[in-house]
Structure formats: C-alpha cells, structure tokens
Design a protein around this ligand. Structure first.
Ligand code: ES4
Ligand code: ZN
Length: 319
C-alpha cells in the first residue's frame, strides 16, 4: 500500500493523457495534429518550460463541455487514489479556457461534478485553486477573478503559473490583494525557472502561504534561512524538474540537501500526463534515485498534510 499523502501541486489540465485527449477530440469533433496516441506521446519531449506550455495549451482544445472537465478530473482522482493520494489541491487555468470560448461556469461546474463526489468515490478530499497566467496582463487576471465571483464557494485559493521569467510576482499585487480580501488562500509558482528574488517577491508582495516549486531558492542562503524560519512549504515536483531541464538529472535534484537544511518540502506531480508520473511515482523516484531514508519519505508525506489547506479535523482524517 503506497504511503498516504496530499498532492498540493497539480494542474488538472496537465493530467490529460493522450488516450483521453483522443477520446475527447472524437467526442467534440476536434482534429488533433497527431495521427495517434503514440505520436502524441512522442511529442512530449521538452527543452524547457515554454516548449512544454506550447503543447499543454494546444491540447486543451479538446476540453469543451462540463462533461469533459468532469471526465478529466475523475480520471486524475482515480489514478491519484491508486497511488496513495488522500487529499488533492487542484490548480486550474481558467484564462486558457475563456480564451477559447469556454465559460468559467463550464470549467468549474464540470470539475466540481467529479470533485464534489471524490471523497465518496475515490476516498480523496479536494480543494480547487484558480491560477492566473502570469504571461497575461494584470487586467486579465483581475477580470478572471471577477468572472469567478459566482463560484467562489468552490474555490479555496488563487495561484500563479505559466511562463515565469520576465513576469515577476509583483505584476499581480493588486489581484492578490483582491483575492485576499475575498478570503481566498494564496500560492504562486516562483523559483522554477525564475530567480530566487521571485520567491522573495511572492512572499512579500503577494503574501503567499506556500511556494510552488521554489527550487531556485537554494541559490540564496539568506532566503533558505527565511523559508526555514517561517516554515514556508515548498511544493517540489522532481519529475517535472527533470523533464523541463530545471535539473540535469534526477540524481542532481537538491531535495535531500533541502530537507537537510530544514526546509518544509513536499513532493508533487505538477503535470503528470506530460512528465512521466503521478504523486506516488514521484515519491518512488526520489526514494530510489536520491536514496531517501524511510524517515525522510515519512517526513515528506507528513509535510504534505501540514501544508494542505485542511482544517485540523480534516487533516487528522486524511492522514
Ligand atoms: C506548469 Cl510546470 C509548470 N510551470 C508553470 N506553469 C505551469 N502550468 C502548467 N504546468
Ligand atoms: Zn506547476
């Protein structure tokens, strides 16, 4: 039985497996520029974050109806449950759908059809986190938050994702202030490809409670000391880092040193359909390749529940 864990860094659009992509394409009359699933999987060879994002946004063309989003989330939750995930905090990218004429309600209601019954069907509790695309304007982010108004009872927090370099967190100060005023929790991707200064800015300007990735924090000892002192969780994604070449090989991943430094690390899957594994696969990979002790693996699992947006009762039940 895989160790129980919470998944805190998971883009639902990044769980679109080639088989489901073709099924949805057929259902919706969308033609994909690949002859079959094998050819599509072969296209999953990335040089960096941008080359991944180009494919990721392109494939979303197959997601059109509430049922599509429901099927996507249901397939993810089944796979996650099989790998020991007991709680999942799920990112979604509404701007990528709104731009294609798919309404906020279609996305949220569709996802919710699966999430709302997930504890009963999969034994996985869930949260939904709306992410702003940082390579879009701050105005667009503000309009997106406004469009989410009718659905805020289903949305726990906001995040920030997409192309990082050149789009520092401070660009989104106003929309994060507005989100905080609405009672939403705050996270942001920072220090994936961007510099450690972006991590500091996400904390100081956006008021984030967790940092997604945060990998490049290790370049700044003063920042590491602060993250340790303030017990800021980092949602690391080891297999993603390898596939997007943020680290050379998994064996070079700084996770062991980060744990040793006292950082509150968690291990997550990011975009599992694209990066070669779900949460349990990421745990297995760091255990075997990085030689983590059982105690370290238990610490990672424990951290995932501590860092989750669960209340104390829920946390106890989940872990
Ligand atoms: C993402 Cl790996 C990663 N980084 C930034 N934005 C993203 N959106 C989906 N996956
Ligand atoms: Zn991510």
């Amino acid at each position: 039985m895989p160790i129980p864990k919470a998944e805190l860094h998971l883009h639902i659009e990044g769980t679109l497996e080639p088989e489901l992509a073709f099924e949805l394409a057929a259902r919706n009359g969308v033609t994909l520029p690949y002859p079959d699933t094998a050819a599509l999987r072969e296209a999953y060879a990335f040089d960096d974050l941008q080359s991944f994002l180009d494919l990721y946004y392109g494939l979303m063309a197959v997601l059109r109806t509430e049922r599509d989003f429901e099927d996507l989330a249901d397939a993810y939750l089944a796979r996650a449950a099989a790998q020991g995930v007991r709680h999942a905090e799920i990112f979604f990218d509404p701007q990528a759908h709104l731009a294609r004429g798919v309404a906020m309600g279609t996305v949220v209601e569709g996802l919710w059809r699966a999430l709302g019954r997930s504890e009963a069907t999969h034994g996985v509790s869930t949260r939904l986190i709306l992410c702003f695309l940082r390579d879009e304007s701050a105005d667009s982010a503000a309009r997106t938050l406004a469009a989410a108004g009718p659905y805020l009872d289903r949305i726990t927090g906001v995040g920030l994702d997409s192309a990082e370099v050149g789009h520092p967190p401070a660009k989104f100060r106003a929309v994060y202030e507005a989100a905080a005023a609405l009672g939403l929790r705050r996270v942001a991707h920072a220090g994936e490809e961007g510099p450690p200064e972006y991590v500091t800015e996400a904390l100081d300007v956006l008021g984030v409670e967790r940092v997604d990735h945060g990998l490049r924090s290790v370049e700044d000892p003063a920042l590491v000391a602060r993250l340790v002192r303030e017990r800021i969780p980092l949602t690391l994604c080891p297999l993603s880092n390898v596939r997007l070449r943020t680290v050379d090989t998994l064996a070079d991943h700084p996770l062991p040193a980060m744990l040793e430094a006292g950082l509150m690390c968690t291990v997550n899957s990011d975009d599992p359909a694209y990066f070669g594994g779900y949460a349990g696969d990421n745990f297995d990979a760091v255990r075997s390749v990085l030689g983590l002790t059982e105690e370290s693996v238990r610490e990672l699992a424990r951290n995932s529940f501590v860092a989750a947006f669960l209340d104390d009762d829920e946390e106890r039940r989940a872990r």
